[in-house]
Design a binder for this molecule. Structure first.
Ligand SMILES: CC(C)(COP(=O)(O)OP(=O)(O)OC[C@H]1O[C@@H](n2cnc3c(N)ncnc32)[C@H](O)[C@@H]1OP(=O)(O)O)[C@@H](O)C(=O)NCCC(=O)NCCSC(=O)/C=C/c1ccc(O)cc1
Length: 408
């Protein structure tokens, strides 16, 4: 290729193949997570707490239903940024008919990037390279209603280079983490040397309000947390200890037709309203197997059905959107007991932290793998990631634990 300059032409190396593309698939190189400690709520006491702080103890039928729902979630505790003091200072948060969005946004504009910073610092410390080596930042949150947004605030807090390429994913809800990892894979593989910081930070304060007939499931399910990961593709910097934890072999996104009304959120003057229809677990169960087949076909080459693995030969990183979602996936894929243990453990300990949750699941899987090195069962080499959210959108990724790293 040649390029003209003022004096004629100068040779410019055709670097599209040799320089721009990375070697091999992208990989997750490091993971960090964080949760607020201001409120840690036990699920078996949550109905009492929630109805007391929202002055709703007189709604006895609704409270009894909320207790039944909390009991079925498979959650033991959740972390929240919000405190009772905050609620006393903002009684408007209890009533979705009162304007409260400005006050909510003011609080989360600081809290969401701060929580992401805690998770990101852990990921960067594990990665072993300086934060200034990060070339791209992808930030996912459903709390963003401003520009500049939490991505810029996080870049500032971490002192990232001024040329870091930032992308913010807003309102992707529970598939935000899966989408951010998918996008990070594409960026890392197409920009040689790129190191992408993925940060997902979710704080339920933007959705909080008093109980009514439509919001009980969300209040029983969602919690606050942040997950961060460093993603890059080879060549890796062995001198700094850079090593792949999970190779991201292939990724697909699928929208389930005609399901846009069953799951969603809407920014309103009284905070974000969410809608979770009762059919969501069933619809996800009905569609995951096809998504998995498509993702594995993308790994193997189109139309190759022969190499699609037995689902029980894989390890599983599934977004624990709710206990019945995990139960349906277990049933549809005929998974052996314990295959979704990492997802169930994250759900039990933190609830559904929307987009951040999948990073916690990957972290739990890697912890289990490291523990297994001392004598337990090793994770299989190949795995699958599934994350779901409004659309209904299903993010699917084929993962691989590089040989030599299993059980290290
Ligand atoms: C714990 C639940 C609520 C109940 O468990 P179960 O095994 O279905 O138990 P039951 O069938 O006995 O139901 C108990 C009660 O809950 C009621 N219920 C059962 N799902 C429902 C229901 N979606 N509605 C409203 N009543 C219900 C059900 O009717 C019943 O009411 P009642 O007969 O009066 O006791 C369970 O169904 C559950 O976890 N559902 C939520 C699944 C779900 O949609 N997850 C979201 C996936 S996508 C995602 O992760 C996030 C998206 C997101 C979106 C917006 C954001 O802001 C942020 C993120």
């Amino acid at each position: 290729m040649t390029r003209a300059n003022g004096n004629g032409t100068v040779p410019v190396r055709d670097n599209r193949r040799s320089m721009q593309h990375a070697e091999g698939p992208a990989a997750v190189l490091a993971i960090g997570t964080a949760n607020p400690t201001s409120t840690i709520a036990q699920q078996d006491q949550f109905a009492d707490q929630f109805f007391r702080v929202t002055n709703s103890d007189d709604l006895t039928d609704l409270k009894a239903k909320f207790e039944r729902i909390c009991d079925k979630t498979g959650i033991e505790k959740r972390h929240f940024h919000m405190t009772e003091e905050m609620l006393l200072a903002h009684p408007e948060f209890l009533d979705r008919d009162q304007p409260s969005l400005d006050a909510r946004i003011e609080i989360v504009a600081t809290a969401v990037p701060k929580l992401a910073e805690s998770a990101a610092r852990k990921a960067i410390a594990e990665w072993g390279r300086p934060a200034s080596d990060i070339t791209h930042l992808i930030f996912s949150t459903y709390s963003g209603c401003r520009a500049p947004a939490a991505d810029l605030e996080l870049a500032t807090l971490l002192n990232l280079r001024p040329t870091v390429c930032r992308t913010i994913l807003s309102l992707h809800g529970c598939y935000g983490g899966g989408r951010a990892l998918h996008l990070a894979k594409e960026l890392a593989e197409n920009n040689r040397g790129a190191r992408v910081l993925v940060a997902c930070s979710e704080i339920t304060l933007v959705c909080f309000n008093g109980p009514d007939g439509s919001n009980l499931v969300g209040h029983a399910l969602f919690g606050d947390g942040a997950g961060a990961a460093i993603v890059g593709a080879g060549p890796f910097d062995a001198a700094s200890g850079e090593r792949p934890l999970f190779e991201m072999v292939a990724a697909t996104q699928t929208t389930v037709p005609k399901t846009e009304h069953v799951l969603g959120m809407q920014v309103a003057g009284g905070g974000i309203d969410f809608h979770l229809a009762i059919q969501v677990p069933m619809l996800i169960g009905q569609n995951v197997e096809q998504c998995l087949r498509d993702a594995f076909r993308a790994t193997l080459g189109d139309d190759d059905e022969d190499g699609i693995p037995c689902w029980n030969d894989l390890f599983w990183a599934v977004h624990p959107g709710g206990r019945p979602i995990l139960d349906n996936i277990d049933a549809v894929l005929k998974l052996e007991k314990g295959k979704l243990a990492a997802s169930r453990q994250v759900l039990r300990e933190y609830g559904n932290m929307s987009g951040a949750t999948i990073v916690f699941v990957l972290d739990e899987l890697r912890r289990r793998r490291e523990k297994d090195g001392s004598g337990g069962h090793q994770l299989p080499e190949w795995g699958a990631l599934l994350a779901f959210g409004p659309g209904i959108t299903i993010e699917t990724m084929v993962l691989r634990c590089p040989p030599g790293l299993k059980g290290n």
